[in-house]
Structures are given as C-alpha cells and as structure tokens.
Design a protein around this ligand. Structure first.
Ligand SMILES: N[C@@H](CCC(=O)N[C@@H](CS)C(=O)NCC(=O)O)C(=O)O
Length: 292
C-alpha cells in the first residue's frame, strides 16, 4: 500500500478549502442556488436541461427512441447545462432539481407543469407516459425495474468510486482504487453472466433497463470511460461486449449520444437540440465552419 495513513480526522469536519481534484471548484457541502438564473423554455412540451454525461445520455437516448417509434409527443428541447461552470446551481435549475444535478426534465403538457429529476425517475416517467420500453406484464416489468434500479444503485460505485479515485482524485490512493476496481469488475461480471442468457437486460425486448445501463457500462466496455479499458480488462466480458455493440449501432442511440455533448469530435456535438433537423444542421463542426 502506498497511501498515506497520517491523516487524523478532526472532531468536527469543516469546509476550509477546495480539496483538489477535477471537480473541486464546483463541489461544496451545501445545497441550494448560488445565483439567480431563469431557465429558458422552448416550443415543445418536454424541456430537458442536461449534459451528455452517462446520466444525461440515458434520457436523450430514450427520447430519440420514442421519436423513432413515432411518439411525436416526445419532441423536446434540450438545453445545455455546463456543470463545470456551475449552471446546475442557478435558481431556475434548482427549482427543477433541488439536488443540482443533470439531467432534469419539465413536462409542460400536464395541467400544471411536472418536474422530474433523477435519471431513473425520468426514464420511468417517460416510459409510462408514452407506453413504451417498459413491459406491461408484471413479472417482466419487475425484472425491468430491478435492473433499472440496479443501475441507479451500482453506477455510483463505478463513477463516484472507481472513476473518481482512478481518474479524478489529486493523488492515486491504492486502497481506494483496489476497492472500487474490485467492485466495478464484480458489477461487470454480474452483467456478463446475465447477458450470456439474455439478448437484452430483461430478455428479448430492449427496455429502459438497457437504456439506463448502456451509457455507463457500455461506455466502460468500449474503453471510453476513464481510459480504464485495459486496467479493468473489459475485453474479457464477451457477452457484455456483444450487447454493448448491438445497442451502440442503434440510430436513436447514435443521435441521443450527440445531444448536449461538449466533448469529442465536433460532428458528434449537438450542444442544444430543438428540432430533429438540428442533427443535420447544428452540430458544432457546421456551426464553427459557418462562424469562421
Ligand atoms: N443519481 C443522479 C446522478 C446525477 C449526476 O450525478 N449528475 C452529474 C453529472 S453525471 C452532475 O450533474 N454533477 C454536477 C454536480 O455534482 O455538481 C441521476 O442519475 O440523475
């Protein structure tokens, strides 16, 4: 072990300084808004305030899948929330999500607007609203919701645990990396074993469980998360790899990944989405070319 054991916690913890690491400037120990800022509202009933992190991508993939299915009521405006700039602490955003994290959704089609936060709750809300990607049969529905909630409970170990200590922490702590690498590999094995006997997470049908799990564990399997593909030997999870590639090839998934994306190739970045045509005309490569 090469980590320090010299730190003695004080009797009462106090927030005295930024603790280093990638998100030190936005992290703080209190909730609530830091500044007044209204959210913009576009022309569609569904207003999404988000960013293309794995939690954000879940929602844009589902919305694009619903539209691909012909559910025209799922047309949406996607507004960019830059979490590194602290947009999640603006008063308007906090009104939609008191937890100050993307994604957050407002549905203006209800008699009084409905706010939904937490990506799992948003997936369930939309699947129920549009009657799609959630089995009706009670046993299948229970299986689907079990995997949906498995994702919500498991990914913090992957992101907040493994990803944080492997990729973002100001120093490499062997104990923390060991602990969360072990748990992440256990989770990968859970998925791999299940996908040996199932085409999708809940059997033959593609559901919100796949849509929740893919942006995290599919990205990890593709080696796109935390640059950890080799470290975690992700190629050895063959069934997970098969499922990952099948979902990655879906048109709605390709589109959903682009919405509110501010990193990667410019042609894959659609900062805001207000219309289906935006994918053809408003990606960053085209915007920057037009501005040049
Ligand atoms: N459990 C939440 C987690 C959301 C979350 O952690 N969002 C991150 C980006 S992936 C965020 O907004 N972070 C900003 C912050 O922590 O200030 C969900 O699934 O919606």
């Amino acid at each position: 072990m090469n980590d320090s054991t010299s730190y003695m916690p004080p009797r009462v913890w106090t927030w005295e300084k930024e603790n280093g690491g990638e998100f030190a400037s936005t992290n703080k120990p209190v909730a609530g808004p830091t500044h007044d800022k209204e959210l913009r509202i576009g022309k569609h009933p569904l207003q999404l305030y988000s960013l293309a992190t794995p939690n954000g991508v879940k929602v844009t993939v589902l919305l694009e899948e619903l539209l691909a299915l012909g559910k025209t009521g799922a047309e949406y405006d996607a507004w960019l929330i830059r979490i590194r700039d602290g947009d999640q602490f603006g008063s308007g955003f906090v009104d939609v999500n008191p937890n100050s994290k993307i994604p957050a959704l407002m549905d203006h089609s209800t008699s009084t607007p409905t706010r939904v936060f937490e990506s799992g709750a948003i997936l369930l809300y939309l699947a129920e609203k549009f009657g799609a990607f959630l089995p009706g049969d009670p046993t299948k529905r229970a299986e689907c919701l079990s995997w949906l909630f498995w994702q919500m409970g498991s990914a913090p170990y992957l992101g907040g645990g493994f990803g944080h200590f492997y990729n973002y922490a100001p120093s490499r702590i062997e104990y923390a990396i060991d602990r969360y690498a072990m748990e992440t590999k256990r989770q990968l094995d859970v998925l791999d074993r299940h996908l040996a006997d199932n085409r999708y997470m809940c059997g033959d049908d593609y559901t919100i469980a796949d849509i929740a799990i893919w942006p995290w564990y599919g990205a990890l399997a593709l080696g796109k998360l935390y640059d950890a593909g080799e470290f975690l030997d992700v190629g050895s999870y063959k069934n997970l790899g098969r499922w990952t590639n099948e979902i990655a090839a879906r048109d709605a998934v390709i589109r959903g990944r682009m919405v509110n994306r501010v990193n990667g190739p410019l042609e894959e970045q659609l900062h805001e989405r207000h219309d289906a045509g935006d994918f053809d005309t408003k990606t960053q490569d085209k915007i920057e070319k037009a501005d040049a």
